[in-house]
Design a protein around this ligand. Structure first.
Ligand code: GUN
Ligand code: FE
Length: 451
């Protein structure tokens, strides 16, 4: 579908371009990109106008850590610590996916994300059927970096484990098939699950592949004390030291969590510009710990936000992640820690930087892609009247009291992908019913394989 051209009128625009400005008036989108922001834009014949009276337009949220394959497992894996949660629930569930259940899981997750104002994701995928996730993202219109989850280590569960060569071959094939598709809305990102699921040989190969193709590498690190202990036993060093030794640290490596870090690991993250994806809901629910975000940021480390997967959160909702990311730091660092604007930046422009697309998304600036979200702040839970003179209040409204209930429309590449409960990529009832039916079938496949 071709990107569209139109004008928003009568809106407020949280530019998030470093100026801290809340602009008022009109915004023109031309061929899917922001062409003009002004107090008023004169009418052109035949041009589509969208009245956003009283609405606040923000840049769409960027999640730098998501598992769309796990959406079907929401509320089926609660109150466990990471390694048991993976072994007892998540891995057997993922192993039972087929093309259709994975497609349904991805569509359900994307529906929730778009309705919550999220426009870009970095998804970890699962081992097989990765095309299904790309197809769902292509149809639903979300901007997505997606990878096949790589699990070639002997200790990986039999239902997911692959040979190193096979894993790398499919990794490359998927890159060639999908990277840059849909007007560059879809990209491939390699996804070695975590150090405990990958061989050193595979990780070394990824270094070359990533440098040659400027490809993002997406993994988990330092999430849980038992995981850290097991990494020490297997690799003879800490997580970040192992990634560094294998040549993977750098601005294209995005690591989810990074909770349990030594000073030396923090130094490596800072010196190599490695990216951290903070997932506060997941960290709390799995009892993993608290990521020391202010300390990481003080060292200049890039920290962005992600919801992680539905079974460890149990939502895919950036408003919740922002609120928690901010509140979580206040008891230890004081109420001034993680103010609203800084937290909003983590959820938008910092995510874009982590993915290397900050020239295209993450703020409202001329020339950037029109990945925009219209919020209605007249909801009963908010009842805000905005003023250009007080932009910080707009940041507060979004971060501290915002929720998906405020999201009216979501545009990606200037295309309206979510509009007051409807999706351009499918009917919501059909998406939910398909998810329910595929989950039933997945559970029966799983029971058959267990018996
Ligand atoms: N570490 C390895 N796999 C996973 C996963 O699926 N979720 C989380 N939160 N951590 C992991
Ligand atoms: Fe995760």
């Amino acid at each position: 579908m071709s990107p569209s051209s139109f004008v928003f009128d009568n809106g407020f625009f949280l530019l998030n371009d470093g100026s801290g400005q809340l602009a008022r008036g009109s915004l023109r989108v031309e061929k899917g990109r922001i062409a003009k922001v002004a107090r008023a834009i004169p009418k052109k014949k035949g041009e589509k106008r969208v009245d956003l009276k009283g609405k606040l337009v923000i840049p769409g949220f960027v999640h730098t850590h998501i598992h769309l394959c796990q959406t079907l497992f929401r509320n089926f894996a609660d109150d466990l610590a990471l390694l048991d949660w993976l072994k007892e629930r998540i891995w057997p569930f993922e192993g039972a996916h087929n093309e259709r259940s994975l497609y349904a899981s991805a569509r359900l997750g994307i529906a929730e994300l778009l309705a919550g104002g999220s426009t870009t994701i970095l998804d970890m995928g699962t081992v097989r059927h990765t095309d299904s996730i790309f197809e769902a993202a292509a149809e639903m219109g979300i901007r997505a970096f997606i990878g096949k989850c790589l699990m070639d280590r002997e200790e990986s569960p039999a239902c997911l484990r692959e040979g190193t060569k096979q894993a790398l071959q499919e990794n490359l094939k998927l890159f060639e098939r999908w990277h840059g598709e849909a007007n560059d809305r879809l990209r491939y990102a390699s996804a070695p699950r975590f150090l405990l699921s990958c061989t050193e040989g595979l990780l070394r190969e990824l270094k070359g592949l990533s440098s040659a193709n400027e490809m993002i590498v997406h993994s988990h690190s330092s999430e849980n004390r038992d995981e850290v202990k097991a990494v020490r036993k297997t690799y003879g060093c800490e997580n970040i030291e192992a990634f560094h030794r294998l040549g993977l640290t750098g601005p294209r490596l995005v690591l989810a969590h990074c909770i349990h870090l030594s000073d030396s690991e923090r130094r490596i993250l800072a010196e190599t510009f490695t990216r951290v994806s903070h997932c506060p809901s997941s960290n709390l629910k799995l009892g993993s710990g608290v990521c020391q975000v202010p300390d990481l940021k003080k060292l200049g480390i890039s920290v962005s936000l992600g919801a992680d997967g539905a079974p460890c959160n149990n939502n895919l909702n950036m408003f919740q992640e922002m609120r928690l990311a901010s509140l979580l730091q206040k008891p230890a660092h004081g109420p001034g820690a993680m103010p609203a604007r800084e937290t909003f930046e983590m959820a938008t422009i910092e995510g874009a930087r982590a993915l290397g697309i900050e020239r295209d998304v993450g703020s409202i600036e001329i020339g950037k892609k029109a990945d925009l979200v219209a919020l209605d702040l007249s909801e009963a839970s908010m009842a805000m009247e905005l003023s250009e003179k007080n932009p910080e209040q707009a940041y507060s409204a979004v971060v501290y009291s915002g929720s998906p209930a405020c999201v009216r429309q979501t545009w990606i590449d200037g295309r309206l992908v979510f509009d007051e409960g409807s999706y351009s990529g499918g009917k919501v009832r059909e998406i939910v019913n398909q998810a329910l039916s595929e989950r039933k079938k997945l559970l029966s496949r799983l029971n058959r394989s267990l018996n």
